[in-house]
Design a protein around this ligand. Structure first.
Ligand SMILES: [Zn+2]
Ligand SMILES: [Zn+2]
Length: 448
């Protein structure tokens, strides 16, 4: 489906020129300086630098800036309905826009969970009223996430559910997932899986290894994730279904996905910026605001395996697993704190700082993977090809900033990057043809 089938607030299409921007769209094969002309919310053309006639268009001096296809996040928690004190469609989509995203997919583990066509319809209406980027919604695989009865998957699809996930919880029963895969073959929609063997995870609160031993905290072993991936890949292969593995954290998991792909299973997967940038060493601080999440931060060799997976295409996309929490759920001892961190506003900058600048991956690879989350859900990826809807992230790769010093667009502040100095910043985002975000200090300069 095309990106414009996802819901957002109606508004005026942008009319502007990004004068002399360095335009990089690796998928479209664009990598050069251009005047990017946006007219009525569409990319009208890429002209030689300095050539495009200004006419009635707003001019933005972009000579030291990069224009990328805006990003797409297939895994965020907007917390509505039920926990609007943490986030809602308006604040979550604003947070996405501030991070350079033009689209996100919202998980269904709300209160109550999204399990009926009426739930999906209500959320879609909410997005049309309040979303500043395109928002798609997943429904749960099992009714109310109880893990037993399947939801009415076909009617949910008709109501516009873009996929299915019980994220927050694994699907414990192989029989239940098998049945879901059988229905998926009839009604479509990727099944996104939070892979975890709850028996192996037990009461674990961090990665099981030398650091958990020193801290005396209960650990979650990597096999808690990888054994479930292997099981579910086998089920998907057997039924001819399609699965998307969420938030890969362990080397064994990358290996399991790689093996499944080699065997011809329809499987895709994502990794989160915090797992690509941090290890369990960070947990020594016992700071649950930034470093407690599920799956947990793992070892350096796991992190390296994720980076290698990102490089070789085993991992096709970055997903933030943006998980806002209220302060009181985090201002408790590490063991008791809620799991999850926010990530939309910092994903690109963090990965640019931690992986691109040190040379671990190329900028073009990062740009490609930041929007790679659309394809697993059969959504067309954002593109800078003339004629496309304008979905553009305008970035200053040299800008240094401290995360959180100007606050957050998100309603919650449990950013894993809080207080960190990052290099590279999104100055402006066009989403769905509209100007969705503009950094306050980024004033409009009329190009000379
Ligand atoms: Zn999860
Ligand atoms: Zn999640």
């Amino acid at each position: 489906m095309s990106l414009d089938q996802l819901d957002m607030r109606a508004g005026e299409g942008a009319d502007l020129i990004l004068r002399r921007a360095t335009v990089l769209d690796p998928v479209a094969g664009i990598d050069a300086q251009h005047d990017v002309v946006v007219r009525d919310g569409k990319i009208a053309g890429l002209s030689p630098p300095g050539d495009a006639a200004a006419e009635d268009l707003e001019e933005i001096d972009a000579r030291s800036l990069h224009a990328f296809p805006a990003f797409f996040d297939p895994h965020v928690h907007l917390r509505t309905p039920g926990q609007e004190h943490k986030e809602d469609i308006e604040t979550g989509s604003r947070s996405a826009a501030a991070g350079g995203y033009c689209g996100v997919l919202a998980m269904a583990n709300t209160e109550p969970p999204i399990s009926t066509p009426a739930d999906i319809e209500a959320l879609r209406a909410g997005a049309r009223a309040a979303a500043s980027v395109r928002v798609g919604f997943l429904a749960t695989v099992t009714s109310a996430m109880q893990g037993e009865e399947l939801t009415e998957m076909a009617s949910l699809r008709e109501a516009g559910a873009l996929g299915f996930s019980d994220d927050g919880l694994p699907i414990r029963s192989a029989r239940v997932l098998r049945r879901a895969l059988q229905y998926q073959r009839l009604c479509g929609g990727a099944i996104a899986l939070h892979e975890e063997d709850s028996d192996l995870s037990g009461a674990g609160v961090m990665h099981e290894g030398p650091v958990s031993a020193v801290l005396g905290l209960e650990g979650i072993p990597p096999v808690s994730e990888s054994t479930m991936i292997a099981r579910d890949a086998a089920l998907a292969g057997y039924e001819g279904g399609r699965i998307h593995v969420q938030h890969l954290s362990a080397a064994e998991s990358v290996e399991a996905v790689r093996a499944a792909k080699a065997a011809g299973v329809q499987i895709s997967c994502e990794a989160s910026p915090h797992h690509l940038c941090l290890t369990d060493e960070a947990v020594r601080s016992l700071d649950p605001h930034r470093f407690k999440m599920n799956p947990p931060l793992r070892s350096e060799s796991d992190r390296q395996a994720l980076i290698e997976g990102l490089r070789d295409g085993t991992i096709e996309c970055v997903a933030t697993d943006h998980a806002p929490h209220a302060a009181e759920e985090k201002e408790v001892p590490f063991e008791a704190a809620a799991m999850g961190v926010t990530g939309l506003e910092t994903a690109f900058a963090a990965l640019h700082t931690e992986l691109v600048i040190p040379g671990a991956i190329e900028l073009s690879l990062l740009v490609e993977r930041m929007a790679g989350g659309a394809a697993p859900f059969e959504i067309e990826r954002p593109s800078l090809t003339p004629g496309s809807e304008a979905n553009i992230a305008l970035c200053d790769l040299g800008a240094e900033w401290t995360v959180g010093e100007d606050g957050y667009e998100s309603r919650s502040s449990n950013s894993w990057c809080g207080g960190k100095k990052l290099t590279g910043r999104v100055l402006m985002t066009l989403a769905g043809g509209q100007v969705a975000y503009r950094l306050r200090s980024f004033s409009l300069g009329v190009a000379a």
